[in-house]
Design a protein around this ligand. Structure first.
Ligand code: BT5
Length: 249
Protein backbone atom coordinates (compact mmCIF):
# COMPACT_ATOMS: atom_id res chain seq x y z
CA UNK A 1 0.00 0.00 0.00
CA UNK A 2 1.27 3.46 -0.84
CA UNK A 3 0.52 6.54 1.20
CA UNK A 4 0.65 9.34 -1.39
CA UNK A 5 1.54 7.84 -4.77
CA UNK A 6 -1.61 6.88 -6.64
CA UNK A 7 -3.98 8.12 -3.96
CA UNK A 8 -5.60 9.76 -6.93
CA UNK A 9 -5.52 7.08 -9.61
CA UNK A 10 -6.89 7.97 -13.04
CA UNK A 11 -7.60 4.72 -14.90
CA UNK A 12 -8.26 5.01 -18.61
CA UNK A 13 -8.96 2.49 -21.35
CA UNK A 14 -7.00 4.26 -24.04
CA UNK A 15 -4.93 7.42 -24.34
CA UNK A 16 -2.42 8.73 -26.81
CA UNK A 17 0.24 8.81 -24.08
CA UNK A 18 -0.15 8.62 -20.32
CA UNK A 19 2.65 11.22 -20.05
CA UNK A 20 0.62 13.69 -22.11
CA UNK A 21 -2.49 12.99 -20.06
CA UNK A 22 -0.57 13.43 -16.79
CA UNK A 23 0.94 16.70 -18.07
CA UNK A 24 -2.57 17.96 -18.87
CA UNK A 25 -3.76 17.05 -15.37
CA UNK A 26 -0.66 18.71 -13.88
CA UNK A 27 -1.39 21.91 -15.81
CA UNK A 28 -4.89 21.80 -14.32
CA UNK A 29 -3.41 21.60 -10.82
CA UNK A 30 -3.37 17.84 -10.16
CA UNK A 31 -1.73 17.10 -6.83
CA UNK A 32 1.63 15.47 -6.14
CA UNK A 33 1.27 11.71 -6.51
CA UNK A 34 -1.55 11.67 -9.07
CA UNK A 35 -1.09 8.60 -11.27
CA UNK A 36 -2.52 8.06 -14.74
CA UNK A 37 -2.69 4.49 -15.96
CA UNK A 38 -4.04 3.27 -19.29
CA UNK A 39 -4.76 -0.12 -20.78
CA UNK A 40 -3.65 1.10 -24.17
CA UNK A 41 -1.64 3.93 -25.69
CA UNK A 42 -2.03 4.94 -29.30
CA UNK A 43 1.10 7.14 -29.32
CA UNK A 44 3.26 5.89 -26.45
CA UNK A 45 6.49 7.86 -26.45
CA UNK A 46 10.13 7.21 -25.65
CA UNK A 47 12.86 9.83 -25.59
CA UNK A 48 13.86 11.97 -28.57
CA UNK A 49 10.62 11.38 -30.44
CA UNK A 50 10.93 7.60 -30.39
CA UNK A 51 7.81 5.53 -29.93
CA UNK A 52 6.96 3.02 -27.22
CA UNK A 53 5.33 -0.20 -28.35
CA UNK A 54 2.10 -0.33 -26.32
CA UNK A 55 -0.16 -3.28 -27.20
CA UNK A 56 -3.59 -2.98 -25.52
CA UNK A 57 -4.12 -4.77 -22.22
CA UNK A 58 -0.74 -6.49 -22.18
CA UNK A 59 1.54 -4.18 -20.25
CA UNK A 60 1.75 -1.36 -17.75
CA UNK A 61 1.63 2.19 -19.01
CA UNK A 62 1.56 4.71 -16.22
CA UNK A 63 2.64 8.24 -15.45
CA UNK A 64 3.02 10.05 -12.14
CA UNK A 65 2.52 13.76 -11.50
CA UNK A 66 5.17 14.91 -9.06
CA UNK A 67 5.75 18.26 -7.41
CA UNK A 68 9.16 17.69 -5.86
CA UNK A 69 10.85 20.19 -3.56
CA UNK A 70 13.89 20.35 -5.84
CA UNK A 71 15.52 22.81 -8.20
CA UNK A 72 15.29 21.89 -11.90
CA UNK A 73 19.00 21.05 -12.05
CA UNK A 74 18.64 18.53 -9.20
CA UNK A 75 15.82 16.65 -10.89
CA UNK A 76 17.34 14.54 -13.72
CA UNK A 77 18.33 11.63 -11.42
CA UNK A 78 14.61 11.12 -10.72
CA UNK A 79 14.74 8.96 -13.86
CA UNK A 80 17.35 6.73 -12.24
CA UNK A 81 15.38 6.62 -8.98
CA UNK A 82 12.33 5.45 -10.93
CA UNK A 83 14.39 2.90 -12.86
CA UNK A 84 15.76 1.53 -9.60
CA UNK A 85 12.22 1.17 -8.28
CA UNK A 86 11.12 -0.61 -11.47
CA UNK A 87 14.08 -3.01 -11.33
CA UNK A 88 13.48 -3.76 -7.67
CA UNK A 89 9.77 -4.36 -8.25
CA UNK A 90 10.35 -6.48 -11.37
CA UNK A 91 13.08 -8.52 -9.69
CA UNK A 92 10.45 -10.22 -7.56
CA UNK A 93 9.38 -11.91 -10.82
CA UNK A 94 12.45 -11.55 -13.04
CA UNK A 95 15.43 -11.67 -10.64
CA UNK A 96 18.04 -10.51 -13.15
CA UNK A 97 16.28 -7.19 -13.87
CA UNK A 98 18.80 -4.33 -13.67
CA UNK A 99 18.90 -0.62 -14.43
CA UNK A 100 20.75 0.40 -17.55
CA UNK A 101 21.76 4.06 -17.50
CA UNK A 102 19.92 6.34 -17.87
CA UNK A 103 16.37 5.13 -18.25
CA UNK A 104 16.12 1.43 -19.09
CA UNK A 105 15.46 -1.68 -17.10
CA UNK A 106 16.91 -4.71 -18.82
CA UNK A 107 17.21 -8.44 -18.30
CA UNK A 108 20.46 -9.76 -19.80
CA UNK A 109 20.51 -6.88 -22.26
CA UNK A 110 16.88 -7.20 -23.30
CA UNK A 111 14.73 -4.18 -22.52
CA UNK A 112 11.95 -4.88 -20.03
CA UNK A 113 10.94 -1.32 -19.17
CA UNK A 114 11.67 2.32 -19.95
CA UNK A 115 11.25 5.56 -18.02
CA UNK A 116 10.39 8.91 -19.58
CA UNK A 117 10.68 11.95 -17.29
CA UNK A 118 9.47 15.37 -18.38
CA UNK A 119 9.65 18.58 -16.36
CA UNK A 120 7.71 21.82 -16.51
CA UNK A 121 9.41 24.85 -14.98
CA UNK A 122 8.18 28.35 -14.24
CA UNK A 123 10.40 31.25 -13.16
CA UNK A 124 13.30 28.86 -12.70
CA UNK A 125 11.35 26.55 -10.39
CA UNK A 126 9.92 23.10 -10.98
CA UNK A 127 6.19 23.40 -11.45
CA UNK A 128 5.66 19.71 -12.01
CA UNK A 129 7.42 16.64 -13.26
CA UNK A 130 5.83 13.72 -15.03
CA UNK A 131 7.57 10.37 -14.65
CA UNK A 132 6.20 7.79 -17.09
CA UNK A 133 6.92 4.10 -16.98
CA UNK A 134 6.29 1.44 -19.57
CA UNK A 135 6.81 -2.10 -18.26
CA UNK A 136 6.32 -5.07 -20.58
CA UNK A 137 4.21 -7.60 -18.73
CA UNK A 138 2.35 -10.15 -20.86
CA UNK A 139 3.77 -9.41 -24.31
CA UNK A 140 4.84 -12.65 -25.96
CA UNK A 141 6.18 -11.25 -29.19
CA UNK A 142 7.69 -7.89 -30.14
CA UNK A 143 7.62 -6.29 -33.57
CA UNK A 144 10.80 -7.08 -35.51
CA UNK A 145 11.39 -3.39 -36.24
CA UNK A 146 11.72 -2.39 -32.57
CA UNK A 147 15.41 -1.83 -33.19
CA UNK A 148 16.74 -3.60 -30.12
CA UNK A 149 16.08 -6.76 -28.09
CA UNK A 150 13.09 -6.58 -25.75
CA UNK A 151 11.55 -8.82 -23.15
CA UNK A 152 8.55 -9.04 -20.85
CA UNK A 153 7.77 -10.60 -17.49
CA UNK A 154 5.93 -13.29 -19.40
CA UNK A 155 8.88 -14.11 -21.62
CA UNK A 156 11.18 -14.20 -18.59
CA UNK A 157 8.95 -16.47 -16.52
CA UNK A 158 6.85 -18.46 -18.98
CA UNK A 159 3.58 -17.38 -17.40
CA UNK A 160 1.04 -14.55 -17.34
CA UNK A 161 1.10 -11.86 -14.65
CA UNK A 162 -1.88 -9.93 -13.24
CA UNK A 163 -1.47 -6.30 -14.31
CA UNK A 164 -3.02 -4.91 -11.13
CA UNK A 165 -0.63 -6.89 -8.93
CA UNK A 166 2.40 -5.80 -10.91
CA UNK A 167 1.14 -2.21 -10.78
CA UNK A 168 0.68 -2.31 -7.00
CA UNK A 169 4.19 -3.70 -6.48
CA UNK A 170 5.64 -1.08 -8.77
CA UNK A 171 3.88 1.84 -7.07
CA UNK A 172 5.01 0.57 -3.65
CA UNK A 173 8.67 0.54 -4.64
CA UNK A 174 8.35 3.78 -6.57
CA UNK A 175 6.95 5.67 -3.60
CA UNK A 176 9.82 4.49 -1.40
CA UNK A 177 12.57 5.41 -3.86
CA UNK A 178 10.99 8.75 -4.79
CA UNK A 179 10.64 9.67 -1.11
CA UNK A 180 14.28 8.75 -0.51
CA UNK A 181 15.42 10.73 -3.55
CA UNK A 182 13.39 13.82 -2.67
CA UNK A 183 14.72 13.72 0.90
CA UNK A 184 18.37 12.80 0.29
CA UNK A 185 19.07 13.49 -3.37
CA UNK A 186 21.84 11.64 -5.17
CA UNK A 187 23.05 9.56 -2.19
CA UNK A 188 19.75 7.65 -2.33
CA UNK A 189 20.18 7.01 -6.04
CA UNK A 190 23.81 5.96 -5.56
CA UNK A 191 22.66 3.47 -2.93
CA UNK A 192 20.07 1.99 -5.29
CA UNK A 193 22.54 1.93 -8.15
CA UNK A 194 24.96 -0.18 -6.14
CA UNK A 195 22.28 -2.87 -5.86
CA UNK A 196 20.31 -2.51 -9.07
CA UNK A 197 22.71 -0.81 -11.48
CA UNK A 198 23.73 -3.32 -14.09
CA UNK A 199 26.65 -1.59 -15.75
CA UNK A 200 29.66 -1.22 -13.48
CA UNK A 201 32.71 -2.68 -15.17
CA UNK A 202 30.84 -3.35 -18.39
CA UNK A 203 32.30 -2.41 -21.74
CA UNK A 204 29.92 0.13 -23.24
CA UNK A 205 29.38 2.18 -26.34
CA UNK A 206 27.85 5.60 -25.77
CA UNK A 207 26.05 7.28 -28.62
CA UNK A 208 26.60 10.96 -27.81
CA UNK A 209 24.49 12.17 -30.72
CA UNK A 210 25.59 14.08 -33.82
CA UNK A 211 27.57 11.06 -34.97
CA UNK A 212 29.89 11.06 -31.93
CA UNK A 213 30.47 7.98 -29.86
CA UNK A 214 32.59 6.86 -26.96
CA UNK A 215 33.69 3.30 -26.18
CA UNK A 216 34.99 2.42 -22.77
CA UNK A 217 34.32 0.85 -19.40
CA UNK A 218 31.36 2.01 -17.32
CA UNK A 219 32.09 2.91 -13.72
CA UNK A 220 30.21 4.63 -10.96
CA UNK A 221 27.60 7.32 -11.05
CA UNK A 222 28.97 10.86 -10.85
CA UNK A 223 27.65 13.14 -8.12
CA UNK A 224 25.05 14.60 -10.49
CA UNK A 225 23.81 11.23 -11.74
CA UNK A 226 25.94 11.15 -14.89
CA UNK A 227 27.67 7.92 -15.84
CA UNK A 228 31.44 7.71 -15.57
CA UNK A 229 33.04 6.02 -18.57
CA UNK A 230 36.80 5.44 -18.89
CA UNK A 231 38.04 5.07 -22.45
CA UNK A 232 40.94 2.88 -23.56
CA UNK A 233 43.39 5.76 -23.14
CA UNK A 234 42.34 5.99 -19.50
CA UNK A 235 40.43 9.25 -19.94
CA UNK A 236 37.37 9.69 -17.73
CA UNK A 237 34.24 11.15 -19.27
CA UNK A 238 31.04 11.81 -17.37
CA UNK A 239 28.19 11.07 -19.75
CA UNK A 240 25.15 13.23 -19.05
CA UNK A 241 23.05 12.46 -22.11
CA UNK A 242 23.13 9.72 -24.65
CA UNK A 243 22.30 6.12 -25.29
CA UNK A 244 24.50 3.53 -23.67
CA UNK A 245 24.70 -0.04 -24.91
CA UNK A 246 26.85 -2.90 -23.76
CA UNK A 247 29.45 -4.04 -26.21
CA UNK A 248 30.07 -7.77 -26.52
CA UNK A 249 33.65 -8.63 -25.58
C1 BT5 B 1 12.14 4.89 -23.17
O1 BT5 B 1 12.57 5.64 -24.22
O2 BT5 B 1 12.60 3.81 -22.85
C2 BT5 B 1 10.98 5.50 -22.37
C3 BT5 B 1 9.73 4.71 -22.53
C4 BT5 B 1 8.62 5.25 -21.67
C5 BT5 B 1 7.30 4.64 -22.01
C6 BT5 B 1 6.25 5.05 -21.04
S1 BT5 B 1 4.74 4.20 -21.27
C7 BT5 B 1 3.93 5.25 -20.18
C8 BT5 B 1 4.45 6.65 -20.48
N1 BT5 B 1 3.69 7.27 -21.56
C9 BT5 B 1 4.46 7.48 -22.64
O3 BT5 B 1 4.05 7.98 -23.72
N2 BT5 B 1 5.72 7.05 -22.41
C10 BT5 B 1 5.86 6.54 -21.06
P1 BT5 B 1 13.89 5.36 -25.08
O4 BT5 B 1 15.06 5.18 -24.16
O5 BT5 B 1 13.95 6.46 -26.07
O6 BT5 B 1 13.65 3.98 -25.75
C11 BT5 B 1 12.78 3.85 -26.85
C12 BT5 B 1 13.29 2.68 -27.68
O7 BT5 B 1 13.01 1.46 -27.00
C13 BT5 B 1 12.59 2.56 -29.02
O8 BT5 B 1 13.24 3.32 -29.99
C14 BT5 B 1 12.68 1.06 -29.30
O9 BT5 B 1 13.95 0.70 -29.82
C15 BT5 B 1 12.58 0.45 -27.93
N3 BT5 B 1 11.20 0.09 -27.56
C16 BT5 B 1 10.03 0.64 -27.96
N4 BT5 B 1 8.99 0.05 -27.36
C17 BT5 B 1 9.50 -0.91 -26.55
C18 BT5 B 1 8.93 -1.85 -25.66
N5 BT5 B 1 7.62 -1.93 -25.44
N6 BT5 B 1 9.79 -2.66 -25.00
C19 BT5 B 1 11.11 -2.61 -25.17
N7 BT5 B 1 11.71 -1.73 -26.00
C20 BT5 B 1 10.92 -0.89 -26.68
Amino acid sequence: MTSWLGRRLVELDEVESTNDEAARLAADGAEHGTVVVALAQTSGRGRLGRSWYSPPGESLYLSCVLRPPLAPEALPPVTLAAGIAVAEAAAGRAPRARVQWPNDVVVDGRKLAGVLSEVTTRSGKVESAVVGIGLNVNVDRFPPDLGRPATSLRLETGRLHALDEVRAELLDRLEIWLDDFFREGMPAVARGWRVWGGMAGARVRVDLGAGRELVGTAGDLASDGGLEVVDDAGRLTVVRAGDVTRVAL
